[in-house]
Write a protein that binds this ligand. Structure first.
Ligand SMILES: [Zn+2]
Length: 277
């Protein structure tokens, strides 16, 4: 078996009817996932990805699909597509925003599906009085976990940037600890287990955040830094991810090809870094 040199980790937020900023349209999402499946890509579990970072071999065409926050559209539009093509994704859920109540209809069931707003609107609503209108419910999460389309890991309990809210380092550290502890406990209570995988809100972290994460059993830390490759023996506390755009399956295949290329991948990342400077 040919094995993976490095594994691209893709970052999605929404799959909505129309697509947009941080939203992939359901039509493009279906094309992207179908194309990965038809081209022989394996979507790994968090545990398999963890094993890869430890040095265990994984199939050459391996990818990790991740979703941030835990939006209702993940159930309505992404879940049925992943199910159709036997692909799996990792959901980083803001555990404090997941609601209660029965599952709502998803696409493909022949029933009207709930409206799933684009990112800007969803973002305003998720921190408003009615997060349930745009966020997942535990019943939907459970259904996706049992279908094998999504695994659920922590994106903290509140998504609050404590570094911006607190006057002192002590207060900040205390708040981060409490937030992570609550998220872990919530996952354990609701789903029976919590993992060592954590995604930073807004991609922000510093040494205090990292220390708090480690103290709460989180060792696989997902960034929004796209400028590097996830290699065997690589640092599990700095996992690189790139954003998947509302683009074609061909764009995604090219992006993956570039991300994993042993020479052009790092060259592209260096070029991007130098342009940023
Ligand atoms: Zn987020």
């Amino acid at each position: 078996m040919k094995t993976a040199h490095n594994i691209p980790v893709m970052m999605y937020h929404h799959v909505t009817e129309h697509g947009g900023f941080l939203d992939v349209s359901s039509r493009q999402f279906e094309r992207q996932i179908r194309s990965l499946a038809e081209n022989g890509y394996t979507a790994l579990s968090a545990e398999q990805f963890e094993a890869f970072l430890r040095g265990e071999p994984m199939p050459r065409k391996s990818v990790l699909l991740t979703f941030d926050d835990g939006y209702l559209d993940n159930w309505v539009h992404a879940h049925p597509v992943l199910h159709r093509y036997g692909m799996k994704a990792i959901l980083f859920a803001i555990t404090g925003l997941i609601g209660n109540g029965p599952p709502r209809p998803h696409a493909g069931q022949g029933k009207p599906v709930p409206a799933c707003p684009p990112h800007a609107q969803a973002k305003a609503q998720m921190f408003g009085d009615q997060p349930d209108d745009v966020m997942l419910r535990w019943s939907e999460v459970e259904a996706m976990v049992s279908a094998g389309t999504f695994e659920v890991h922590s994106h903290t309990h509140t998504h609050i940037r404590w570094d911006l809210q607190c006057a002192s380092v002590e207060e900040k550290t205390e708040r981060i600890h409490a937030d992570l502890e609550l998220s872990r406990r919530c996952l354990e209570e609701r789903l029976g287990a919590a993992s060592s995988h954590l995604c930073w809100p807004q991609g922000y972290f510093d040494d205090d955040y990292k220390r708090a994460a480690r103290a709460n059993g989180f060792h696989h830390l997902y960034t929004t830094d796209a400028r590097g490759q996830n290699l065997p023996g690589g640092d599990p506390s700095h996992i690189y991810r790139f954003v998947v755009r509302d683009r074609s399956d061909r764009w995604l295949r090219n992006r993956v090809w570039l991300a994993v290329h042993p020479v052009l991948g790092p060259a592209y990342n260096e070029w991007k870094k130098s342009r940023k400077k």
